[in-house]
Design a protein around this ligand. Structure first.
Ligand code: 9YT
Length: 129
């Protein structure tokens, strides 16, 4: 059994920060679950173009308000506590934080913990997977 706290993850190298967001990775690839599980904070005013070409991701909003724009259709969906979105088509999108947002995120395949977004907004494929 694995038991961890968000506070401990935030104080460890499981916490990763980049412009507009930071994320505590509670579960990573080496935990062997087949997915990774993150609590991500999106900063107020952040505008984050992303395209997870190599991962599927689902995101549940715990707190805060924002929006997600589907760049394939131009459709903008409000995000508020209780909203979930799933990038089942590896959807290219822009996430906007109108306030600070706290989100629970699951990635399949799991991230390893070392990823940063590349110039296309993707994380690289895990070659060892
Ligand atoms: C909400 C969102 O896009 N989360 C992405 C995960 C986060 N950037 C991370 O932990 O890498």
């Amino acid at each position: 059994m694995i038991v961890r706290t968000l506070a401990d993850a935030r104080a460890s190298d499981r916490n990763v920060a980049a412009p507009g967001w930071e994320s505590a990775r509670l579960l990573l690839k080496d935990d062997g679950m087949g997915f990774s599980f993150h609590i991500t904070t999106i900063h107020a005013g952040a505008e984050l173009p992303m395209h997870y070409k190599n991962h599927q991701e689902s995101v549940y909003c715990i707190s805060g308000e924002g929006s997600i724009e589907d760049l394939a259709t131009g459709q903008v969906h409000d995000i508020r506590p209780g909203t979930m979105y799933a990038l089942n088509l590896n959807d290219r999108h822009i996430l906007r934080g109108h306030t600070e947002m706290v989100m629970a995120c699951v990635f399949n395949p799991p991230v390893t913990g070392r990823e940063v977004h590349d110039e296309t907004g993707a994380y690289p494929a895990d070659r060892a997977a």
